[in-house]
Design a binder for this molecule. Structure first.
Ligand SMILES: C[S@@+](CC[C@H](N)C(=O)[O-])C[C@H]1O[C@@H](n2cnc3c(N)ncnc32)[C@H](O)[C@@H]1O
Length: 220
């Protein structure tokens, strides 16, 4: 999969691309991530990419030409274009899975007061990450890229994905590692029993218990 992220702040992605699982996915060529600086595509003097809004009102608006030019420079027939926007449907795990089906994602990050309305005509879809406003689409674009990339075959071991939260409206089961006892808190005996059938049953029932306790809305 290839992901092109269009942004006014490319430096924000340095850590994202150069750490942990995403770094390894890039090295293993499971994903190619290009961070595209929208400023490189402006036809205006002094790298201008935003301006005041017609009709009055505060905040700077991202202009059409730089964004359209940047998109046109990377768009192919395989591209699926996403605009990060509070007006989109809220992102979730099934959307992450759906997005793994595309060969090429183009993700456009807004900033300041948002986009000139005409920029929305570029989008195959808008995605929001929740009912709150961030300063820009950079963090949302990293969030959805991360959620998608870890689902690509071979990025992380399949067994880690098998029982993850939200796969089937249940949260994940509780996990423990060394030491067996910490400050009087014990690892449940069943996990040390070596009885795989019992461990499986225990984990299934714990998934239900934890979902009931923390996210009973998922069970409705
Ligand atoms: C400060 S916001 C603009 C908010 C806009 N004036 C509004 O009220 O809807 C700047 C940019 O951040 C991104 N953004 C902010 N909150 C977001 C969210 N919850 N989900 C996705 N993108 C978001 C979008 O790309 C947006 O264009």
């Amino acid at each position: 999969m290839k992901i092109d992220i269009l942004t006014l702040f490319p430096g924000m992605f340095d850590g994202f691309k150069n750490e942990s699982i995403i770094k390894r996915a890039i090295e293993k060529k499971k994903v190619e991530i290009n961070i595209i600086d929208i400023r490189d595509y402006t036809p205006y003097k002094n790298n201008q990419v935003d301006d005041y809004q017609f009709g009055g009102g505060g905040g700077m608006i991202m202009m059409c030409e730089p964004v359209f030019n940047a998109v046109n420079s990377v768009k192919t027939k395989d591209s699926h274009i996403i605009i990060m926007s509070p007006r989109g449907k809220t992102f979730n795990q099934s959307k992450a899975l759906e997005l793994t089906g595309y060969k090429h994602l183009i993700i456009i990050c807004g900033h300041y007061e948002g986009f000139d309305e005409r920029i929305y005509t570029l989008a195959d879809e808008c995605i929001s990450i929740g009912n709150f406003i961030l300063t820009g689409g950079e963090l949302p674009s990293m969030m959805i890229s991360d959620a998608v990339i870890r689902l690509i075959d071979g990025v992380i071991t399949d067994t880690s994905l098998e029982y993850e939260s939200f796969n089937d409206n249940l949260l994940d089961y509780p996990v423990y590692t060394k030491p067996r006892e910490y400050n009087g808190m014990m690892v449940p005996d069943v996990l040390l029993s070596g009885d795989h059938k019992k461990i499986k049953e225990y984990r299934e029932s714990e998934r239900k218990r934890i979902t009931r306790e923390y996210r009973s809305d998922l069970l409705k």
